[in-house]
Design a protein around this ligand. Structure first.
Ligand SMILES: Nc1ncnc2c1ncn2[C@@H]1O[C@H](COP(=O)(O)OP(=O)(O)OP(=O)(O)O)[C@@H](O)[C@H]1O
Ligand SMILES: O=P(O)(O)OC[C@H]1O[C@H](OP(=O)(O)OP(=O)(O)O)[C@H](O)[C@@H]1O
Length: 213
């Protein structure tokens, strides 16, 4: 049996995904939260778990460095990675939205000026969305705390994910449009899906059984 490699995001999804893999019997061992190890081997199941930044999981999977991975749909939409998206894990639900300061008095896209400056991590998603809506934008790429940009005048609006809505609210921002919904997806390398089809299907079905319980 060949060794399979599963890439997991180190961040907020990790704690929710590991118990699913354990309950599905795909991995037996425990994973120490405090460990700095980036490759965790489960000898019994012949599986390596590699831990990467959430945005990088799809890169490992697309290039075959990992056979399977877990990535947010937001990240997949942004990267456009050539991977097989095989299962919605129903975790990490959030929405990609356009938001701007409440005090601008704008409540929907049609009230926006024909040009504007947008701060975001999701530059491709944002560009595509505004192109489709005939609004010319300049994108300012940021890597976090996106909500800060319109407050301090770096941008007119933002494209970012929202979940509870707390961050938008606490920074006096209002959502004016939803671009997409997002949740964590199981992704598979296109070649591995063919060469290890039976084993990977078995893994998918075991995970499906756990999450549909
Ligand atoms: N507030 C949130 N609520 C629910 N899901 C979220 C939230 N923020 C992010 N997610 C989802 O979880 C995925 C991973 O997010 P996470 O914050 O762990 O990664 P990250 O933004 O790359 O963080 P870091 O840069 O700290 O590693 C995102 O791609 C998204 O799908
Ligand atoms: O609607 P909420 O429940 O408030 O969640 C939304 C926030 O969560 C994410 O930020 P994260 O915590 O990943 O920090 P970041 O700003 O550094 O990306 C996202 O970028 C929003 O800022």
């Amino acid at each position: 049996m060949n060794k399979l490699t599963i890439a997991l995001p180190k961040g907020r999804l990790f704690k929710s995904v590991v118990p699913i893999l354990q309950e599905a019997g795909i991995v037996n061992r425990d994973f120490d939260d405090d460990s700095r190890k980036l490759v965790l081997t489960d000898e019994d199941n012949n599986i390596d778990i590699i831990l990467s930044k959430a945005v990088d999981v799809q890169t490992y999977v697309e290039n075959g460095a990992a056979d399977i991975g877990v990535a947010g749909k937001d990240v997949l939409l942004e990267a456009g990675a050539k991977v097989c998206e095989v299962l919605d894990l129903g975790l990490g639900y959030c929405r990609l939205v356009v938001a701007l300061p409440v005090d601008k008095g704008i409540t929907n896209l049609s009230q926006l000026a024909p040009t504007g400056r947008v701060a975001t991590k999701y530059v491709n998603v944002a560009q595509r969305y505004f192109d489709q809506n005939g609004i010319q934008i300049e994108v300012v790429k940021l890597n976090g705390s996106i909500e800060l940009a319109p407050i301090i005048g770096l941008s007119d609006m933002i494209v970012d994910i929202t979940s509870t809505g707390t961050t938008l609210k606490e920074n006096n921002l209002i959502e004016i449009a939803e671009i997409a919904e997002s949740s964590a997806r199981l992704i598979v390398n296109q070649v591995s899906y063919k060469t290890e089809y039976k084993r990977i299907r078995d893994i998918i079905e075991k995970i499906r059984a756990v999450i549909s319980n």
